[in-house]
Design a protein around this ligand. Sequence first.
Ligand code: A3P
Length: 306
Amino acid sequence: MSEMSYSEAIQKASASITRFPLIPVRGVPLMNYIANNWDSIWAFRPDPSDLLVATYPKAGTTWTQEIIDLLLHNGDAEICKRAPTPVRSPFLEICSPPPIPSGLDLLKKMDPPRVIKTHLPFQLVPPGFWENKCKAIYVARNAKDNLVSYYHFDNMNLTQPEPGPSWEGGYHIQSHNVSWGSWYDHVKGYWVEREKRNILYLFYEDMKENPRREIERIMRYMDLSVSDEVIDRIVELTSFKNMKENPMANYSCVPAPVFDQSISPFMRKGEVGDWTNHFTPEQSKMFDEDYEKQMKDVNIPFRTLI
Ligand code: A3P
């Protein structure tokens, strides 16, 4: 599907766009369109050559998808502008009002190997991925920055529940009850399974600190080999600034009835530590106390600053 037709489909559906309610699927709150289509999502059978990119929302999914597409195309910027991110790399579970194509609709039209995005927590990933031994890359972002990013996203994504009147209104305590569920369950679910399932577990903060090193890790995991010069080019093409200006990577393909980028741009800040501009010392203390409790059973090396 071309960029025009994807954007047009969203435009056509704009009268049916609303902040959709969340319905729990096995205890995980998901948009009603996803919950209502759950049986076909769960039954999805990937090809063994398909690659899964799994993240909690706002952890760096789009950035990772762009890196992977460039690695698969030897750093060819033009080929990677063939279509917007959600068409090049479909979003497995997404379902919206017609005529917007669902993730499954887009996947049906593509030949494997495909790069498939999901925000599903580990326990909701269709079992076909593990039965077929698909590769999977998980990207995790520290809880505070992830939550700040999600807050701004929930403001501009007019299909998500309202995040409340303001950050001060208490969004900082919402890390459990948002679309796709708890950040804690998400990052822990993939962490405990990473060795058994051969999941490459990455951190947003590492990607910011040394993108070249992390791009090379992704390359090796995918059994690819590109030249140093191509890696340099991919580092450059996937910088925050370049992706923000790239209409095929900055979600300008999703028109304002869904993503109102005048409220907050999709490519918002792209930094580590923006939480310090949002959390008051009291909010931070309250958050840290809960964090300690939630994370006491694992030792995931998150960094909230670099
Ligand atoms: P911020 O809201 O903190 O700016 P996702 O793709 O999972 O929805 O994640 C979006 C977050 O990743 C946003 O964070 C966005 O700015 C950031 N991001 C996207 N591309 C990036 C890049 N190339 N470098 C750094 N951050 C990036």
